[in-house]
Design a protein around this ligand. Structure first.
Ligand code: 4NP
Length: 156
């Protein structure tokens, strides 16, 4: 079964939203897919998503009951795709990935309408509007990701 790991910094805002949205779409479309998320940082291990991410996700029909965990080296073997929310996450992942670095993508690369190297900005110090913007970016990218999945998940 194809597998995707979403990665942000804390694993409480952006990557759990991406996990929830891709899980929802896979379920709705009947696509077998393993989906998980993790953080490059260790600050929030074991926590539920931020209440603002939960509000945005549940309003969009997503289950938001996942618990934060940190990225581990075995993730680069276990997942077909490791999808970073921003360039800093991607740099940290590339440093950890060794020979599996080709599995790493930036989320918004999957959105054909997004500019080159577009990031999902950290909404942690923002308000509800930032969380809505983030969710909309993720929805568009997940749509594109499912189109690529239909073509067999090229890593580049
Ligand atoms: P995330 O957001 O990386 O989208 O989960 C953040 C959550 C927590 C912190 C930073 C970003 N923090 O500094 O605690």
């Amino acid at each position: 079964m194809p597998s995707v790991l979403f990665v942000c910094l804390g694993n409480i805002c952006r990557s759990p939203l991406a996990e929830g949205i891709l899980r929802r779409e896979a379920a709705v479309r009947g696509i077998p897919l393993e989906v998980d998320s993790a953080g490059t940082g260790d600050y929030h291990i074991g926590s539920l998503p931020d209440p603002r991410a939960c509000a945005e996700g549940t309003a969009r029909g997503c289950a938001m009951t996942m618990r934060a965990r940190q990225v581990r080296p075995s993730d680069f073997e276990r997942f077909d795709l490791v999808v970073a929310m921003d360039a800093q996450n991607r740099r940290n992942l590339v440093r950890m990935a060794g020979p599996n670095a080709a599995k790493i993508r930036l989320l918004r690369e999957f959105d054909p309408t997004a500019p080159r190297d577009a990031e999902v900005p950290d909404p942690y110090y923002g308000g509800p509007a930032e969380f809505t913007d983030v969710a909309e970016m993720i929805e568009r990218a997940v749509e594109g990701m499912l189109r690529e999945l239909g073509k067999g998940f090229p890593t580049h």
